[in-house]
Each structure stands twice: as structure tokens, then as C-alpha cells.
Design a protein around this ligand. Structure first.
Ligand SMILES: [Zn+2]
Length: 170
């Protein structure tokens, strides 16, 4: 998508369509691994539920991959609503996809917001986490525990942006 290009809205599969796709794949010996992005690349979820971000302010999905400096692309790791939301999404996902593996993305976390967020800082203090790197491990491990408790296995990438690569938050 080019900068300033108009975003498109909509586009989803119904549960009936997912059942059809999974059956079609299964008949041909293909396993579909669903991916639910987290902690980052969640602009669309935050556009719909601004309370799930650290900054708690409405923001739209921006086309073109060019974001304002204070645009958050990740969930708040200190907010229990985030984990409740993700557990509900994963539960529905696992009910639709029989795959043994569930992918949760996990790449390109912008940690600047976690460093400034009181809820994320409180989480670090309560859990004895020494920095935001340990906070991101906490996030992934917590989701892994949930996925494993449902008899599935977690797949995740762990890349995140290097400190200093992104501009400082205002
Ligand atoms: Zn936060």
C-alpha cells in the first residue's frame, strides 16, 4: 500500500467459511496454522479497542506503514483486559482450527510505550521483571501457558526493534 492511499474496510471469513477451508485443506493433507498477532502489529485491534493500548487514545489504522511518532502498534502488557481479550480470541481461534500449532506472531515490538506506561511499569514491579525485555518474555510466556493449557503448542517469533532505532516519544 502506498502512503496516503485510502485504507479498505471489512474483509473477514465467517465461521462457516473457515470450516469449509479447514475441511478442504484437511482432505488434501494440509494443516492450516492460524496466526493471531501479539504483542505488536495490532493496529486494527487497537483501532477497535483503544483501551487495550498503553496510551488509551483512539487511533485509526494507517495505510502505507508510515506512522506518527506517538502511534502505538502494540498491546499494553500491564492491562488485564488485554489478556482476557486475547484469551477469548485464541479460544475462538482454537475452536475453528484443529492445528496443533497456534502462531502468535511476536515480532517487531516497539517497547517505547511500555517504558512510559504506569500499568506496564507496575506489572514489571509486581512480577519482579527488571526491564521491558523481561516484560515481553512475561507476555509471551503467559500466552504460551494459556495455549498449552488447551492442549496446543505455541509458535512465536521474538524479534523486536533495537533501542534508539525509533524516534523518542514526545
Ligand atoms: Zn502499558
Amino acid at each position: 500500500m502506498k502512503p496516503c492511499e485510502k485504507p479498505t474496510y471489512g474483509g473477514y471469513y465467517t465461521q462457516a467459511q473457515v470450516h469449509e477451508i479447514v475441511a478442504y485443506a484437511t482432505e488434501r493433507g494440509v494443516n492450516i496454522v492460524p496466526e493471531i498477532e501479539m504483542r505488536a502489529h495490532v493496529e486494527s485491534a487497537i483501532a477497535a479497542y483503544p483501551n487495550l493500548s498503553c496510551i488509551q487514545k483512539p487511533q485509526s489504522v494507517l495505510p502505507g506503514g508510515i506512522y506518527p511518532v506517538d502511534y502505538q502498534t502494540s498491546y499494553c502488557a500491564g492491562n488485564e483486559d488485554v489478556f482476557r481479550f486475547l484469551e477469548e480470541v485464541l479460544t475462538e481461534t482454537m475452536s475453528l482450527f484443529p492445528s496443533k500449532y497456534i502462531h502468535i506472531g511476536g515480532d517487531e515490538l516497539d517497547k517505547r510505550f511500555w517504558e512510559k506506561c504506569p500499568k506496564c511499569q507496575k506489572r514489571m514491579k509486581d512480577e519482579g521483571l527488571k526491564d521491558v525485555d523481561e516484560l515481553q518474555s512475561y507476555f509471551i510466556k503467559r500466552m504460551e501457558k494459556f495455549v498449552v493449557s488447551k492442549g496446543r503448542k505455541l509458535l512465536a517469533g521474538m524479534k523486536y526493534w533495537k533501542a534508539g532505532w525509533l524516534p523518542k516519544l514526545p
